[in-house]
Design a protein around this ligand. Structure first.
Ligand code: TA6
Length: 299
């Protein structure tokens, strides 16, 4: 985008001192500041990059060496995975194709003392060459002392389609070794580290090494107990039957060019999904909403 386009965007969607759109190495990023919270959202991928409620530490994690580049997702925040979660078919990108595309800014508005941003993406010749369906995809981000995200899928084509999807949220924690996740006790999961072996969670999820698990058939709220920072992060969800818990640990993190390996100690993904066998099928005209609400409680 050129300067005139940024000027036009800010004239239409800017909100005085509360919302401004600027270029970060070719990626349009919304910077948001309200009395209740600050946030950043990249229009590329409709990717929430940061959210910090007033009086709290940052809640979302983004790599200190994250790469901002057209066509490449940022390591951190909340990547949108759609229309598939995980590895694509031969040659297809992992986690779908929408997180590297420029979404359209549809609305910025106050809803009481909360600031709402809506971004959308529709099918075009490029997407149909990858995935031959008509769709309207929208992310609604509602920013206040909690963070509410809704990923709204509409089938606007002539044929039914089946998706898996995720709000792939990266959380900032003080020390992964002093972090636990509750809410998944007695829940079956696929353990990606063990070749997607079927396993059962017993008690809280604790972290002593690479952890990559797809918990299935669960609509439970998860709580991240960030003991090193004396807080508990609640991840409530709707329209989601899977939860993914991921930390790459040192070796995997060392393999990422957009992450310092030692940063694995300060991040944890608890992802709100429909993944694995938890698929969503929409007939023409159908709609599905994947929702996540994040709230922070001090210890
Ligand atoms: O959600 C966990 C996961 O599927 C991991 O297996 C790892 O691949 C992670 O997503 C990050 O994927 P990305 O394509 O963003 O590097």
């Amino acid at each position: 985008m050129n300067q005139q386009q940024y000027t036009a965007l800010n004239e239409t969607f800017g909100m005085h001192s509360s919302l401004h759109i600027a270029d970060v190495s070719g990626v349009p990023v919304l910077s948001i500041s309200t009395p209740q919270a600050s946030a950043r959202i990249a229009l590329q991928g409709a990717q929430v990059l940061a959210w910090q409620p007033a009086g709290h530490l940052p809640v979302l994690w983004t790599s200190q060496v994250a790469v901002y580049q057209p066509g490449r997702g940022v390591r951190g925040g909340v990547p949108v995975c759609w229309p598939w979660f995980g590895a694509g078919e031969l040659g297809q990108p992992a986690h779908g194709f929408v997180r590297t595309r420029l979404w359209q800014l549809r609305e910025t508005a106050w809803k009481g003392d909360r600031l709402v941003v809506r971004m959308g993406l529709r099918d075009d010749a490029e997407t149909r060459a990858i995935w031959n369906h008509g769709f309207d995809l929208e992310l609604r981000v509602d920013i206040g002392n909690t963070l509410v995200m809704q990923l709204i899928t509409r089938n606007i084509g002539d044929n039914a389609f089946t998706i898996t999807d995720a709000l792939h949220t990266y959380f900032q924690v003080g020390d992964i070794a002093r972090t636990e996740v509750t809410g998944l006790d007695q829940t079956a999961y696929l353990d990606k580290v063990l070749g997607f072996e079927n396993k059962m969670q017993v008690g809280a999820v604790q972290f002593t090494g690479e952890t990559d698990r797809i918990y299935l058939n669960t609509d439970a709220t998860c709580v991240i107990h960030d003991m090193a920072q004396d807080r508990h992060i609640h991840v409530l969800k709707s329209g989601s039957l899977s939860t993914v818990v991921w930390n790459p640990w040192a070796d995997k993190a060392a393999g990422f060019t957009d992450m310092r390996f030692e940063e694995y100690r300060n991040m944890l993904c608890v992802e709100t999904c429909n993944a694995g066998s938890d698929t969503v099928t929409l007939a023409p005209g159908g709609k599905h909403v994947l929702g996540a609400e994040i709230r922070v409680e001090p210890d």
